[in-house]
Ligand binder design. Structure first.
Ligand SMILES: CC(C)(COP(=O)(O)OP(=O)(O)OC[C@H]1O[C@@H](n2cnc3c(N)ncnc32)[C@H](O)[C@@H]1OP(=O)(O)O)[C@@H](O)C(=O)NCCC(=O)NCCS
Length: 162
């Protein structure tokens, strides 16, 4: 198992894994599956400090993690927002832990001051993973978004890096 920076050749694999997360209705408020162009615009048309990494074996990509801009306002330029997705077949085997620890190292190297994230409250695996890595609970946006007509609560977490 290895981790490397994502390249545009990984777009197809990243798209498949991200769409699994969308279809499972546990990872994101997005409900429409995405195409390659969406992934390219999201991950490959932005400054280098917003790094995307992939976890892979000899044959395939097993997951990806990325630092997104938290806000376009310059006051927040040292804040990154985390996204992490592991292929359905490989969840619960420790890979999320491995790739998120690496992403935190990269965030420090890229001079971020903190990482934040927003997770569905019912996402047990995600919330457990973040707490394990050291993210602190900031609060809950009650009934913040809708999935299939139902309001859902969103947990906010942060990790100070200095
Ligand atoms: C959330 C996700 C990234 C976690 O990665 P993972 O490889 O499955 O997690 P790990 O195996 O590293 O486990 C991390 C911790 O969560 C726990 N965990 C894993 N799956 C769990 C589950 N279904 N329910 C409860 N806890 C779970 C593990 O026990 C572990 O804690 P421990 O080391 O103290 O035992 C992965 O499940 C995933 O991609 N899910 C779909 C997309 C998603 O939800 N992304 C996050 C959006 S906020």
């Amino acid at each position: 198992m290895n981790i490397r920076k994502a390249t545009i050749n990984d777009i197809e694999s990243i798209k498949l894994i991200y769409n699994q997360g969308i279809e499972d209705r546990i990872a994101t408020l997005e409900t429409d599956v995405k195409d390659n162009e969406y992934i390219k615009n999201w991950l490959f048309r932005r400054p280098e400090k917003y790094t995307t990494i992939v976890l892979h074996d000899a044959e395939e990509i097993l997951g990806f993690a990325t630092i997104n801009p938290y806000s376009s306002r310059c006051a927040y330029s040292d804040v990154g927002e985390v996204s992490i997705y592991i292929d359905r077949e490989y969840r619960g085997k420790g890979f999320g832990t491995i790739i998120l620890l690496e992403l935190v190292k990269i965030a420090k190297n890229n001079k971020f001051h903190k990482l934040v994230l927003f997770a569905l409250e019912k996402n047990k695996a995600g919330n457990k993973l973040y707490e394990k890595i050291g993210f602190k609970h900031v609060g809950v946006f009650k009934e913040q978004g809708k999935i299939e007509g139902e309001y859902v609560d969103i947990v906010i977490k942060e990790l100070l890096l200095d």
